[in-house]
Unconditional design. Structure first.
Length: 251
């Protein structure tokens, strides 16, 4: 199937591991020139070495630490300088931040900064270029709407949903779409730490996942690929769970 992505450019955050890494790889394999952003730059460089040059795409590593103020704007500026323009933005950086009831303001701020503020800052730095060229795709990996505990990341991701919906309405006339994907139990480093044994994974799957298993990074990255492509031009402002049917809400 031709996704219509060959010759496009993309900026992918969180590209050193998990969902971000797989999404960057699949985009490059479809002929996209990708800038992969991560703190662990060497892991992105290893990924770049795996990509065959004959696929037409490539991955360029860019080191960044989004805990630093102003880093989002720097990344946007450097990426646009290297690529000339950015067609696709994949926001995959972030991380779970469970907090106790008596968590400090700093604990909440750290979780909100990484999982909402930096995403907004980076996206708002990239959007004007997309509007100018009349085309763009923004895909953000978020989190569950059915939290089981206090977690600053969940709160931040809920903020992303509302912000992304509003942004999608503003930029739709310019040919730019904005969508969010909610990962379920996808086999990543974070999830493997929570379910270190096959038995623990299977027990959770039997109780909570109608499909009966955890998902792979390729399965959710494939959905991101669709939302990055010209084929998704009439889909914007959505939040799509990719969770094997785990979500209990009908909408």
């Amino acid at each position: 199937m031709d996704w219509g992505l060959k010759g496009k450019t993309a900026l992918v955050t969180g590209a050193s591991q998990g969902i971000g890494r797989t999404t960057a790889k699949l985009l490059a394999q479809e002929g996209v020139t990708v800038i992969g952003v991560a703190r662990r730059e060497e892991l992105v460089q290893q990924l770049a070495a795996e990509i065959s040059e004959d696929c037409g795409g490539k991955i360029i590593a860019l080191c960044a630490d989004f805990s630093i103020d102003g880093e989002s704007e720097r990344v946007a500026k450097e990426a646009e300088k290297m690529l000339g323009h950015i067609d696709i933005l994949i926001n995959a950086a972030g991380g779970s931040r469970p907090v106790p009831f008596d968590a400090t303001k700093d604990q909440w701020l750290e979780g909100m900064t990484l999982n909402f503020f930096r995403i907004r800052e980076l996206t708002h730095s990239i959007v004007p270029g997309m509007q100018k060229q009349g085309w763009g795709r923004i895909v953000t990996f978020t989190g569950t709407s059915e939290p089981r505990m206090l977690n600053a990341a969940f709160t931040a991701k809920a903020a992303v949903h509302v912000w992304a919906k509003a942004l999608s309405r503003d930029v739709a006339p310019n040919g730019v779409t904005v969508n969010c994907l909610q990962p379920g139990r996808i086999r990543t480093e974070q999830i493997q730490k929570r379910y270190p044994t096959l038995e623990s994974e299977l027990e959770y799957s039997r109780q909570e996942i109608p499909v009966g298993r955890f998902g792979t990074t390729e399965e959710i990255a494939a959905v991101a690929l669709f939302f990055s492509s010209p084929l998704s031009s009439y889909v914007t402002g959505t939040v799509i769970p990719v969770d094997g049917g785990s979500s209990r809400f009908a909408f």
